[in-house]
Write a protein that binds this ligand. Sequence first.
Ligand code: ADP
Length: 170
Amino acid sequence: MIQIREADITTLSVDAIVNAANETLLGGGGVDGAIHRAAGPELLDHCRGLGGCRTGSARITPGFALPARFVIHTVGPVWKGGQSGEAERLRSCYLESFRLAEESRIKSIAFPAISTGVYGYPSIEAASIATQTMLENESDFDVIIACCFSAADVTVYETALGRKPPAPSN
Ligand code: ADP
């Protein structure tokens, strides 16, 4: 089952939440900052030992003080106009996250809209990639949550999943 929810991802009681991290894995702004604040300083200590993560890859850690048991940290691409392999690397973030989740027998997982904040990826294009990978992996999980941080993003995901007709253009 794929659920679209408008929520702060740090509040979700799921097996794993996904973090839109940067290559250092040492914290940042946006969802990354929120996850580190909610997980507590042990998460940063743990991440220091991982030696970073390349764009399109993922790493798994405990959730520490979070309600989620695990955090899967993945590094989305910075949007540079769309001709720099952004789509392939964004897809890789989702696929690598699903792969690590399956290895850890995770059955419920929540994703933020990776790359669509500071990294500037256009929301509609990003949601199309996100939902495609969710549909491909849906049968391996009890629930996959697309965790949106705005009502506008909820509409973008509903449209991407064909649950809502696009708004008329006139
Ligand atoms: P990136 O650097 O990958 O663009 P950001 O954290 O800037 O990462 O933004 C990614 C998405 O996460 C954006 O859609 C942003 O609105 C959303 N976001 C920010 N904080 C939270 C949160 N606490 N829970 C869920 N989503 C969040």
